[in-house]
Design a protein around this ligand. Structure first.
Ligand code: PRX
Length: 629
């Protein structure tokens, strides 16, 4: 399954495009299936219908855990590094992982969860979050992890959309020098979530939290009552494994649904090949389990490969900006996978925080979530990788389930800012706005994928039409990523960023429409428009233009209230960095806001605003430009 040379990659790539069924058939044979498939692939992008390993049956946790036990019962699956540095970090072996997952799965069963039921996971970055995902998968339940930074309202929207039955949470979370309430947020949310019958609350911070009799149960008390074995429930390869909500160009986040069999095969294959993980190495992905990176490359990919990974509860800058480097030395991390925004923040903190650490254990560095600027790439390469660790700039999305375009560490020649080449099985295409394919090299266009891959999105929960419309309707017979992309003279891919109304703030995907509807909730705001603009640390910042014709408040008061509204409705990650009050917004005669112009103004490209002749009232531009923040 693991490619050893660049030539082997080229060969695999060729086979994977000439005969994808044969290619994936042989990869899939490396897993445990309760029943094999009778057809590798059934698909069309029109509906879309995508089925991999048709009619096969499996349980992904058997592949993540049980299959490793004969050789690896005592091997560490996870090293838990707490928020506060201490010497009593926890090593969780594959056997312990098995036992914890089984106990929790038994509790879920007792709470009435059965195959196909949805379970919401709203947890800190602690091993129990991973146990929670696997416990659901053990019994064929579908998990929906909601990032711990989302607000009660965001939780309500996500729980109700997929009608979750149970919520797994904790009393609170440690994050740097703060304690974040979690159960209190869940309590607030559950006032509006009739589908939820029970919660299970892990005691992390020890804070006294309210417990509702009959509804809320204590995690440890309940798991301790259960046996450490639970037979895996076998499900169809196409049965859903999880739902993960992500932002699109409308106000309502969509529940991306991933399947079981295809997702398993691709996350393991991509993990082993991109990072070139070798037996006994220590791997660390700093993402949160609330995002797709945490799903595919903390939980499933590494466990499927039998790897040892670090789970980190803290933040990069606590107690100081040397924390990542300290953890790398402490646990002798070989493979380190993080986001450009973290790299830029740590670069800004200065080299004094790096110097005390040797970082000699590092072999491979990774980057994910947003384009990595060349300066950050070189800083990472020089100061962290000491010019001896390949950097894998991995491009992918919540919808793709796994990494699609990336160097294979040590095999593919890297180039700063380039995600380089597609993985085997991935057929990227660049198209122009008319949907015509742009062939050859040294070209730029919208990035699409021509052929299905095993871990791709199957549907958006409860609304298949939305899935079709969003990803498969823009260009005929192509999956549209929403990203712009260049292909250089060597055929290397460089992602240039979103071409739709989705922003990428510190690697978090946030829709402009979501932020707008949160701002519009403020009673004095009659209309607003939100765009992304370049930000030194976050990659993109949020710039909001708001029309407030009448108010009794000062601008400072208004700003604070708008920020509060966004925090309450979405979460602090979506707070605008800049709020400009304007009299009008640039609109076409048909009333459409011309975001292109607002984006240019926010970017500071004032001399190049493009054609403004179609505007209803061109004078608004002048006022906006004059008041630019
Ligand atoms: O714009 C691309 C950017 O992040 C988007 C996907 O966001 P999300 O679904 O939250 O998943 C993030 C983690 C996989 C993409 O459409 N993106 C992700 N990785 C890269 C990237 N842009 C440039 N280079 C990357 N390596």
């Amino acid at each position: 399954m693991q490619l050893q040379t660049f030539e082997a990659y080229l060969e695999a790539y060729e086979l994977s495009t000439k005969n994808p069924e044969q290619f994936w058939h042989s990869i899939a044979e490396g897993f445990i299936w309760q029943q094999p498939w009778n057809k590798v692939l059934n698909w069309n992008f029109k509906d879309p219908t995508i089925q991999w390993f048709c009619n096969a049956r499996l349980n992904i946790t058997e592949n993540c855990i049980d299959r490793h036990l004969p050789q690896k019962a005592n091997t560490t699956a996870f090293i838990f590094e707490e928020n506060e540095s201490s010497n009593n970090h926890l090593h969780i072996s594959y056997q312990q992982l098995h036992d914890e997952v089984c106990r929790l799965a038994n509790v879920l069963k007792q709470l009435g969860v059965t195959k196909g039921n949805r379970v919401c996971i709203y947890m800190p970055m602690i091993p129990q979050a991973v146990y929670a995902m696997l416990a659901c998968a053990r019994i064929g339940a579908v998990h929906s992890v909601v990032f711990g930074g989302f607000s009660a309202q965001a939780l309500v929207d996500r729980i109700n959309d997929s009608q979750c039955k149970v919520v797994l949470t904790s009393d609170g979370a440690f994050r740097g020098n703060k304690k974040i309430p979690m159960k209190a947020t869940v309590d607030e949310a559950l006032q509006h979530c009739p589908s939820v019958t029970h919660t299970l609350v892990y005691n992390r911070t020890g804070d006294n939290v309210a417990k509702q009799e009959g509804r809320d149960f204590d995690w440890e008390t309940e798991t301790q009552k259960q046996p450490a074995s639970c037979a895996p429930v076998y499900i169809d390869s196409e049965d859903p494994l999880f739902i993960l909500y992500t932002s699109g160009s409308t106000g309502k986040p969509k529940g991306v649904v991933h399947s079981s069999g295809g997702y398993m095969v691709y996350t393991c294959y991509s993990f082993l090949n991109v990072f070139q993980y070798q037996a006994n190495q220590v791997y660390w992905c700093t993402a949160d389990v609330g995002w797709i990176t945490g799903h595919s490359y903390i939980t499933y990919g590494p466990l499927l490969a039998g790897a040892t990974s670090v789970i980190f509860e803290g933040i990069p800058t606590y107690p100081n900006a040397g924390r990542f480097w300290e953890v790398i030395d402490k646990h002798q991390v070989n493979i380190f996978y993080t986001a450009p925004t973290a790299i830029r923040a740590l670069e800004a903190a200065g080299l004094d925080f790096v110097k005390p650490y040797s970082l000699a254990s590092l072999k491979v560095l990774g980057s994910v979530g947003e384009p990595i600027n060349e300066e950050a790439w070189h800083w990472y390469d020089t100061n962290i990788g000491k010019n001896r660790c390949p950097i894998v700039d991995t491009w992918w999305q919540t919808e793709t389930g796994g990494i699609l375009i990336s160097p294979l560490a040590g095999l593919t020649k890297t180039k700063p800012g380039f995600a380089t080449l597609p993985l085997p099985g991935i057929q990227p295409v660049l198209v122009n706005d008319k949907g015509e394919e742009i062939e050859g090299n040294n070209v730029e266009g919208n990035l699409c994928i021509r052929f299905p891959w095993p871990s791709m999105i199957r549907t958006t929960f409860g609304d298949h039409e939305r899935c079709r419309h969003n990803y498969f309707a823009t260009y005929t017979n192509l999956y549209f990523t929403g990203d712009g992309c260049k292909r250089d003279e060597e055929g290397y891919y460089r992602i240039t960023g979103r071409v739709d109304d989705v922003m990428n703030i510190s690697g978090h995907r946030i829709g402009t429409a979501e932020v707008e509807s949160a701002i519009d909730e403020h009673e004095d705001v009659v209309e607003c428009a939100v765009v992304g603009y370049p930000h030194d640390i976050k990659g993109q910042g949020i710039y909001a233009y708001c029309i407030v014709p009448h108010t009794t408040k000062t601008e400072a008061e208004l700003r604070q209230e708008i920020l509060n509204s966004v925090t309450q409705l979405i979460g602090a990650i979506a707070k605008p960095d800049k709020i400009q009050f304007v009299k009008g917004l640039p609109k076409t005669r048909s009333g459409k806001i011309m975001r292109r112009i607002l984006r240019k103004i926010a970017e500071g490209e004032l001399s190049n605003l493009g054609d403004t002749s179609t505007l209803l009232d061109p004078t608004v531009i002048e006022e906006i430009v004059t008041g630019k923040l």
